[in-house]
Write a protein that binds this ligand. Structure first.
Ligand SMILES: Nc1nc2c(ncn2[C@@H]2O[C@H](COP(=O)(O)OP(=O)(O)OP(=O)(O)O)[C@@H](O)[C@H]2O)c(=O)[nH]1
Ligand SMILES: [Mg+2]
Length: 437
C-alpha cells in the first residue's frame, strides 16, 4: 500500500473536530495534542491546522457543511496535498470529503496504519501491518485506487473483462490470503518458542499500557536491554522478550509490547491479535501508566477496555504508575493513599524498583525469601540451578567446608529445594561470621 509520502512532498492540513456527543466523559483532555503527536510521528509536513467544535457528526461528510465551506475557502488550500482528520471516517464520508474538497483525505485509522507501517521492522510485524492496511483498503476500494496496478506491473495483470474495481478486489483478496498463510506459519514458530518457555519453567511478565507510558524504559532497566525508548507514539511495535537480570526474582522473562491508543483501528487489533494473544500466556501484566499525563485515568480505562476485548482481564495485573519525577510529591502521596496496591516509580530515574520487584514476587512466587542457605558439596546441581535462576547474591565457604549462599528467591521456588537432604536454611550468625568468601 502507498505510504503517506514524506516531508518533501506531502504538505498537510490538519482538521481537528471535537464532537461533543461522542464518548461523553471519555474524551481526552489533551486529545488535540495527541492528534498532533500522531501526525508528528508520521512525519508529514503540516502547513496549517484547524480546530472545530461540533455537536454531532454529519452522516454524509462527518464535518458540517459550514465548516467544510470555510476549509474550501482557505487561500492556502491550493498548496495542500493531504487533509488529515482526527476521527475514524466511514468509506462514504471519506469519499464525499475528497470529492467536495478535491484533495486526498485520510482519517485517524489510516494515519495510525501509516505510522505502524513506518515502524514495523520484524518479519511478523511487517506482515501484520500489511494485512491491516489491506483489510482497511478493501473497505474503501470503491474509491478507485490505482496503486495496486502500479505495484504489480499494471495492465497486463488484469483478467479479461474485469473492471478496475474487480481487479483490485481480486488482487487484494489474493494478497490477504497469502499474508494470512505466512502469518500463521510465523506464529507456529512462536508457539514452539512459547512451549519451550513453559518447559523451562520461566514465568512471563508482560508490560502493557498506553503508548508513550514508559514501558520500554522500564523494560530496559529490568532486563538491562537497550531497546529504543522515545518520546514518540508507537516507538515499540514488535514485542521483545528478555530474561530478568536481577537476583531478586529468579526465572522470569519480561516482555515489552506495542502500546495502545484510544480508537485503535479494529483492523490493527485484528491483525495483531496473534501477537497480542501471546499475552494470554503471561503469568502477570505490568500495566504501565504515565501519571504525569492529565489524561492518565481515561487512558488507563481505555487500555483495560482493550485488554478486556482481548480476554486478558483474568491475568493478575500490577498497576505501575510511572514518571513520578514529573509530578509533585504531594500528588503522589495522595495517589498512594488512595491506591495501596499500586506501585509508584520513575523508570527513567530509578534503577532498583524494590516495591515493584517484591510485588512481582508476591504474585508469582508467593513472596520472597531472603537469606543464607547451606548446601552440601554433593549438591552441585542445585548450586548451579540457583545461579542459573539468578538468585545467588553472595557465596561463602563455611568452617566445615560447606557452601553457603545468600539468596533471594520466591517462596514457591524455594519449596523445591527445602526437602532436599543437604540443603538447609542457615541462620547461625557464628557460622556466617567464621565463613570465608
Ligand atoms: N521524566 C520521565 N520520562 C520518562 C520516564 N519513563 C519514560 N520516560 C520518557 O517517556 C518517553 C516514552 O518512553 P518509552 O519507554 O518509549 O514509552 P513506551 O510506553 O515504550 O512507548 P511506545 O513504545 O511508544 O508505546 C521517552 O521519551 C522516555 O524517555 C520517567 O520515569 N520519567
Ligand atoms: Mg515502547
Amino acid at each position: 500500500m502507498d505510504r503517506i509520502e514524506k516531508k518533501s512532498t506531502q504538505k498537510s492540513l490538519l482538521v481537528f473536530t471535537e464532537i461533543e456527543s461522542l464518548n461523553k466523559g471519555e474524551n481526552l483532555i489533551n486529545e488535540y495534542e495527541e492528534f498532533l503527536s500522531l501526525v508528528k510521528s508520521s512525519e508529514v509536513e503540516v502547513l496549517d491546522s484547524l480546530k472545530f467544535k461540533q455537536r454531532t457528526p454529519v452522516t454524509s461528510t462527518f464535518i458540517s457543511s459550514g465548516k467544510l465551506e470555510s476549509i474550501k475557502d482557505l487561500p492556502m488550500l491550493g498548496k495542500v496535498d493531504l487533509i488529515i482528520i482526527n476521527h475514524q471516517l466511514s468509506a462514504s464520508q471519506n469519499r464525499n470529503l475528497e470529492k467536495y474538497l478535491n484533495k486526498r483525505v485520510i482519517d485517524k485509522t489510516e494515519l495510525i496504519l501509516d505510522i505502524f507501517a513506518s515502524r514495523a521492522t520484524s518479519h511478523i510485524g511487517k506482515l501484520q501491518v500489511e494485512l491491516a492496511q489491506l483489510n482497511h483498503l478493501s473497505t474503501r476500494l470503491i474509491r478507485g485506487w490505482t496503486h495496486l496496478e502500479r505495484q504489480k506491473g499494471g495492465i497486463g495483470l488484469r483478467g479479461p473483462g474485469e473492471t478496475q474495481l474487480e481487479t483490485d478486489r481480486r488482487l487484494i483478496s489474493k494478497r490477504i490470503k497469502r499474508l494470512n498463510y505466512r502469518l500463521s506459519k510465523a506464529h507456529k514458530q512462536r508457539e514452539i518458542n512459547r512451549y519451550s518457555r513453559k518447559k523451562s519453567r520461566n514465568k512471563l511478565v508482560a508490560l502493557v499500557g498506553y503508548t508513550n507510558a514508559g514501558k520500554t524504559t522500564l523494560f530496559n532497566k529490568l532486563t538491562e536491554s537497550i531497546q529504543v525508548a522515545e518520546d514518540k507514539l508507537f516507538a515499540t511495535l514488535d514485542s521483545v522478550t528478555r530474561k530478568n537480570k536481577k537476583p531478586e526474582h529468579g526465572p522470569i522473562l519480561f516482555s515489552d509490547t506495542v502500546g495502545f491508543i484510544s480508537d485503535l483501528p479494529t483492523e490493527l487489533v485484528e491483525s495483531f491479535k496473534a501477537t497480542l494473544d501471546e499475552l494470554n500466556s503471561a503469568d502477570l501484566l505490568l500495566h504501565v501508566v504515565d501519571v504525569s499525563d492529565l489524561d492518565h485515568r481515561i487512558k488507563f480505562n481505555k487500555v483495560n477496555k482493550i485488554l478486556d476485548d482481548l480476554s486478558l482481564t483474568d491475568i493478575p495485573q500490577i498497576i505501575v504508575n510511572n514518571k513520578c519525577d514529573l509530578v509533585t510529591d504531594h500528588k503522589i502521596q495522595a495517589l498512594r493513599k488512595r491506591n495501596h496496591d499500586q506501585v509508584f516509580i520513575s523508570a527513567e530515574k530509578e534503577s532498583e524498583f524494590n516495591d515493584l520487584r517484591s510485588n512481582i514476587n508476591e504474585i508469582l512466587f508467593n513472596g520472597t525469601f531472603k537469606g543464607w542457605v547451606s548446601i552440601e558439596n554433593n549438591l552441585g546441581n542445585i548450586r548451579s540451578l540457583l545461579f542459573d535462576m539468578g538468585c545467588v547474591q553472595e557465596e561463602k565457604i563455611s568452617p566445615t567446608g560447606k557452601m553457603l549462599a545468600n539468596i533471594k528467591i520466591g517462596n514457591d521456588e524455594l519449596k523445591q529445594f527445602i526437602d532436599v537432604k543437604g540443603f538447609e536454611l542457615c541462620n547461625d550468625k557464628d557460622i556466617l561470621s567464621e565463613s570465608v568468601n
